[in-house]
Design a protein around this ligand. Structure first.
Ligand code: NAI
Ligand code: MG
Length: 500
């Protein structure tokens, strides 16, 4: 695992952006926290403070919700035609595209991910999410309904699909800008107003996006962005009784807290939570394609993906070959500062995540697992962890059962398909799964048996704004993206009247 060293120079805009204390966006104005407090965000490649950011808490959330409420109940937003909304969302996409390099650099600095990856994954995903949802703004329809009971009279009955209202959105740090887009784009398309709370580890790109929201002409108060900690700002947003819906992406543990907080006013809740996704390799798979696929399934974004293929199950005849192949690829991954164009893998996002992932490695060794490659922290500065393949694992181990959220995959052999499907589904999660085989019937049979919201056959981590994404079981409630997401951001109203 070589260490990369050369860094791409920052654009002038990015250098200036991080040099200034960043404020929060409330009602179309950039303001300090009511308390005057700020908090630091760190560069995880060095552990140094990257920028200081206004620290929102309950009072700021209150101000932002009041602004969003006003924008929804009385502002110009609701009076705009769907076409006008669509054009604003499309313009926002164009503006993000225009500033793509700045976003990619900021994301790399704040999150640690390679700039090269931010450019080809996070940014196109963000831009296309806005464009895809801009298209939906003009296509949100109800139905006409023939009534069954009203035999004598004639009724005209129809449904309207209306915006759910003020939405609180709480997002994580693994894809900071992309997660902001997954949340904001459908809310704007459906005509909702938003209070967005970015993760405290990575607030910068969401705040820069806020500037472009204004430039796109989206009215004041429609999008409010309040950076701050989860226990204060996040909790206040989830509990706020003037919020109609909360959309959350993050840990299953906090997802449950959000649910409890939402109970006060029974706001609608959608959750995109953790995973421990099985990646299943059969003897008849195209092994040359499977090996890089299985490596990417876990090592992409340093394993900090809710859908990471973190449990690799390989049919017995191919087990050694696949483990060796994935391990060899892991050993060639260049670890380094995300701004170095030769870096394949940057640091984990924070010291907390470094300790969490290293803690899991220790627990794995304690329970008898062995590292076929990697297996420890990389270097002494920054939050780097070696890409790791754990063998000698069994389903009782914590490393097999719990979400590690780092570049660590467990590899386990299997003998027959029934045993495999039972093992694959033996988890409290149900976010994603991979199936690698040339046998088409087997692939679709296994896909049908897996209790997971996404199944990738002979591929992994394929995302598209048109493809719904979300979890079974404790991986969440609801589906983001695709037309399914419209259901999360709308209410259905039935209207009927006698017409004869
Ligand atoms: P987290 O769930 O605590 O944080 C995610 C978001 O929730 C952040 O914006 C945070 O400020 C907010 N938050 C935290 N506590 C809150 C509360 N009580 N009320 C309202 N909002 C709150 O995740 P964390 O601590 O950063 O990471 C811990 C683990 O969570 C990771 O190791 C990973 O297993 C999982 N995770 C899963 C993600 C996913 O994409 N599904 C993303 C991030 C973390
Ligand atoms: Mg947390």
């Amino acid at each position: 695992m070589a260490t990369a060293t050369q860094a791409v120079p920052l654009t002038e805009h990015v250098s200036k952006y991080v040099a200034k204390t960043r404020q929060m966006l409330i009602n179309g104005k950039w303001v300090d926290a009511a308390s005057g407090k700020t908090f630091p965000t760190y560069n995880p490649a060095t552990g140094d403070v990257l920028a200081n950011v206004a620290e929102g808490d309950k009072e700021d959330i209150n101000r932002a919700v009041t602004a969003a409420r006003h924008a929804f109940d009385n502002g110009p937003w609701r009076k705009l035609s769907p076409g006008e909304r669509a054009r604003m969302i499309w313009k926002l996409a164009d503006l993000v595209e225009k500033h793509a390099e700045e976003f990619a650099q900021l994301e790399s600095l704040d999150n640690g991910k390679p700039l090269t990856i931010a450019r080809v994954a996070d940014l196109p995903g963000t831009i296309e999410m806005f464009r895809y949802m801009a298209g939906w703004a003009t296509k949100i329809e109800g139905n006409t309904i023939p009534l069954v009971l009203q035999g004598g009279g004639k009724f005209l009955a129809y449904t309207l699909r209306e915006p759910v209202g003020v939405v609180g959105q709480i997002i994580p740090w693994n894809f900071p800008l992309l997660m902001a887009a997954w949340k904001l784009a459908p809310a704007l398309a459906t005509g909702c107003c938003v209070v967005l709370k970015p993760a405290e580890q990575t607030p910068l790109t969401a705040l820069l996006l806020g500037e472009l929201v204004q430039e796109a002409g989206i009215p004041d108060g429609v999008v409010n962005i309040v950076p701050g900690y989860g226990e204060t700002a996040g909790a206040a947003l989830a509990a706020h009784d003037k919020v109609d819906k909360v959309a959350f992406t993050g840990s299953t543990e906090v997802g449950k807290l959000i649910l409890k907080a939402a109970a006060g006013n029974l706001k609608k809740v959608s959750l995109e939570l953790g995973g421990k996704s099985p990646n299943l390799v059969f003897n008849d798979a195209d092994i040359d394609a499977t090996i890089p696929g299985a490596a990417m399934a876990i090592f992409f974004n340093h394993g900090q993906c809710c859908c990471a293929g973190s449990r690799l199950y390989v049919e017995d005849k191919q087990f050694d070959k696949v483990v060796d192949g994935v391990s060899q690829l892991a050993s060639k991954i260049r670890i380094g500062n995300g701004l170095d164009p030769s870096t394949d893998m940057g640091p984990l996002v924070s010291e907390e995540q470094l300790n969490r992932v290293c803690g899991y490695l220790e627990s794995g060794y304690h329970e008898g697992a062995k590292a076929a490659v990697g297996g420890k922290r990389h270097g002494a500065k920054g939050y780097f962890v070696e890409p790791t393949v754990l063998v000698n694992t069994n389903e009782k181990m914590k490393v097999v059962r719990e979400e590690i959220f780092g570049p660590v995959v467990t590899a386990t052999p299997f003998k027959n398909i029934d045993d495999l499907v039972a093992k694959a589904n033996d988890t409290e999660y149900g976010l994603a799964a991979g199936v690698w085989t040339k046998d088409i019937a087997k692939a679709h049979h296994v896909a049908s048996m897996l209790r997971a919201g996404s199944v990738w056959i002979n591929c992994y981590n394929v995302f598209d704004p048109a493809l719904p994404f979300g979890g079974y079981k404790q991986s969440g409630w609801g589906r983001e993206m695709g037309h399914e997401v419209l259901e999360l951001y709308t209410e259905v109203k039935s209207v009927c009247t006698p017409i004869a």
